[in-house]
Design a protein around this ligand. Structure first.
Ligand SMILES: Cc1cc2nc3c(=O)[nH]c(=O)nc-3n(C[C@H](O)[C@H](O)[C@H](O)COP(=O)(O)OP(=O)(O)OC[C@H]3O[C@@H](n4cnc5c(N)ncnc54)[C@H](O)[C@@H]3O)c2cc1C
Length: 312
């Protein structure tokens, strides 16, 4: 019987929308869908998870070891809880990509990564070569499948569920070599880049950390998340966790702005699922215009202030 366990992602008492996207993937696989909430006080998040349509049970694993999203702590327990399940899923966010390979290794299975669609319960499509090819990945046999879900490919499951919440005691042996020291977040206090409806990104053309303030100011006005090209990250204008693309974050906002970004394939792979792409570049031949829905040939240092003024 197909029985799917989804690892919930959450922070500050809020379930991350990536979990609801995993529920949609689980629905495509079919079967009984459970969500595991790891926390020290997970009641609020467990209730949110229980409210997702299509979920039949939420496992609330409260333990001080799970107060922080540490892969070293969560992976052994997730592996212990996997008994009896046919699939263990997690979002292919930084959190999921941190925890799930460890759990897969502890369970002695290979991980399937980045499910973008489901062929059957044991066969999935995933992108390769920076999204330029799609391959079918089939898992032989009838053993456990551990997989990450490409969140940009799935709509979030709706609400209206009323799943049972079960308090579950932690049963794994967890390592003593890892402890939480502190959490440092960078990139401002705007919406989460991976779940924001609007994302505004800047590239090398911004030319400095100070000039990136132009992007932040526009983002504040539009309540948008802020992203960047790798060139901007490598140049030190913005922190690494703002990188969009093949080796950064894969995002699917409804509206994406690319200011001074050339449109290298590795960047474009991160925004393929965006609804509308707006590009501003002073080079009319920049490759970004090939994928942009709206393109403006112009100098971003003129366009952004004009745009801001038009918005106020
Ligand atoms: C293995 C690998 C993985 C990679 N992963 C990623 C990734 O995840 N994400 C990513 O982004 N890149 C990635 N890259 C790097 C990628 O190949 C490009 O080098 C990078 O995306 C370029 O960033 P950019 O567009 O900001 O800079 P550039 O390519 O230098 O483009 C700058 C653009 O700004 C325009 N411009 C200049 N001044 C202005 C102005 N005043 N107003 C308007 N426009 C202006 C220029 O015309 C140009 O088109 C990867 C590369 C490799 C090899």
């Amino acid at each position: 019987m197909t029985k799917i366990l989804i690892l919930a992602e959450h922070a500050n008492g809020q379930l991350n929308p990536s979990t609801a996207k995993c529920v949609s993937c689980a629905a495509a696989i079919g079967g009984d869908v459970h969500i595991a909430v790891f926390s020290d006080q997970g009641a609020t998040v467990a209730q949110q998870a229980a409210g997702l349509a299509g979920v039949s049970k939420v496992l609330q694993l409260d333990h001080q070891d799970f107060a922080q999203p540490l892969a070293a702590m969560i992976a052994p327990e997730l592996a212990a809880q996997a008994d009896g399940y046919s699939h263990v899923l997690a979002p292919s966010t930084m959190f999921g990509k941190d925890v799930l390979p460890r759990a897969a290794a502890l369970l002695g299975v290979n991980q399937v990564s980045d499910i973008m669609s489901v062929n059957s319960g044991r066969s999935f499509k995933r992108p390769v070569y920076a999204g330029n090819a799609i391959v079918d990945v089939s898992v032989p046999g009838d053993g456990l499948i551990v997989a990450t879900v490409r969140t940009a490919s799935w709509a979030a499951a709706g609400e209206g569920g009323n799943a049972e919440v079960e308090q579950v005691s932690a049963q794994s042996e967890r390592p003593s070599h890892t402890r939480f020291v502190e959490l440092q977040t960078e990139g401002g206090d705007g919406p989460d880049l991976q779940t924001a409806n609007i994302v505004i990104s800047g590239g090398r053309a911004l030319a400095s950390e100070e000039n990136f303030e132009l992007i932040y100011a526009l983002a504040r006005k539009l309540k948008a998340g802020v992203g960047a090209s790798r060139a901007a990250v490598d140049a030190g204008y913005v922190p690494n966790d703002m990188q969009v693309g093949q080796t950064g974050k894969i995002i699917s906002p409804e509206l994406y702005f690319a200011f001074g970004i050339s449109g290298a394939i590795q960047h474009v792979t991160g925004i393929k699922d965006a609804g509308t792409i707006v590009a501003v570049n002073k080079d009319a031949d920049a490759p970004i215009f090939e994928i942009a829905d709206i393109g403006l040939v112009g100098d971003l240092f003129q366009v952004i202030p004009e745009l801001e003024q038009a918005l106020s």
